[in-house]
Design a protein around this ligand. Structure first.
Ligand SMILES: CC(C)(COP(=O)(O)OP(=O)(O)OC[C@H]1O[C@@H](n2cnc3c(N)ncnc32)[C@H](O)[C@@H]1OP(=O)(O)O)[C@@H](O)C(=O)NCCC(=O)NCCS
Length: 266
């Protein structure tokens, strides 16, 4: 299957570099991440288009057969402008349709608000990576997610980021305030012209002080300084807190990325 969506093409690039298995089943792709089994978007089917009316049970069966131990359902929908208005059929199956914005930039504009007293640099040491886990756990707790299972999920996610970094496929940057990591992101590429941002997050107590803006700008400039990289890709929720920041830094809306998801009951 030829994937049209730049969002999914770059997701698949990251998954491949992270060691996920990608199988072409003709009218869909199967993405498996055996070392990261509870990561929904590491274990999903990518369909060539939205499920046709009456076709959803077939895809749910396909998902269940492919991922028998999964508690979630994750169906990506290829395309660049897919209408993801939830249908009664999706709603009945407990699936929520999401449509994110894929933005790109060939050059960046420096942030309007400099991040004063902040040191932004790539993560290097064991301590840096431990702080990355700590930051992600703090963020999850602030959103009410405190389970051991979620902590273990975040540890695996950061370990995967570190492995990508160690193998030279990614640089993860941190913004440090008084020596503590308060904002974090990654930029991944496979040696081709496109680099994809990952996981832009700032500690809730340190937001709106320019940390993420500084990191996206510095990481982007670092990426574009590589001769092979011409385009930066970042994905954001259309009504989320990040999209305005990305646009102000020079990213332009390019297409929409569509997903159908059913999360396990908490
Ligand atoms: C989105 C997120 C990463 C932004 O992090 P942040 O460190 O607060 O980002 P910044 O401080 O650089 O910019 C945020 C806003 O504060 C503004 N700002 C920054 N410093 C400022 C200052 N000194 N004075 C006034 N405004 C300021 C920025 O202009 C930006 O404004 P905008 O929202 O109108 O575009 C953060 O809210 C977060 O972690 N959210 C949860 C995870 C998430 O949604 N991640 C994005 C995934 S795509």
């Amino acid at each position: 299957m030829e994937v049209r969506s730049l969002g999914f093409r770059t997701d698949l690039m990251v998954r491949r570099l992270a060691g996920s298995l990608i199988e072409d089943a003709g009218d869909h792709l199967i993405v498996r991440s055996p070392r990261h089994p509870t990561f929904y978007w590491g274990n999903f089917l990518l369909l060539a288009g939205p499920p046709a009316a009456g076709d959803l049970p077939r895809w749910l069966d396909r998902f269940a057969v492919t991922f028998p131990a999964a508690a979630h359902v994750a169906l990506g929908v290829d395309g660049t402008e897919v209408d993801m208005a939830t249908t009664p059929e999706w709603e009945e199956a407990g699936l929520v349709g999401q449509s994110s914005v894929v933005l790109t930039a060939e050059h960046l504009t420096a942030p309007h608000h400099p991040a004063d007293g902040v040191i932004s640099r790539p993560l290097r040491s064991d301590l840096d990576w431990r702080q990355a886990v700590g930051l992600r756990v703090d963020m999850a707790m602030s959103e009410g997610s405190t389970s051991d299972a979620h902590r273990s999920f975040l540890e695996t996610t950061v370990a995967e980021a570190r492995a990508l970094s160690d193998r030279g496929h990614a640089t993860f940057f941190g913004a440090f305030v008084d020596g503590r990591l308060r904002s974090y992101l990654g930029l991944v590429d496979d040696g081709g012209p496109v680099a994809r941002f990952q996981t832009v997050e700032t500690h809730p107590a340190h937001r709106r002080r320019g940390l993420a803006g500084d990191l996206v700008y510095r990481a982007g400039v670092h990426g574009l300084a590589r001769p092979e990289v011409t385009t930066l890709v970042i994905v954001a929720e259309s009504d989320g807190p990040a999209i305005g920041l990305y646009r102000a830094l020079g990213f332009a809306d390019r297409e929409r990325q569509a997903q159908l998801e059913r999360t396990p009951p908490s």
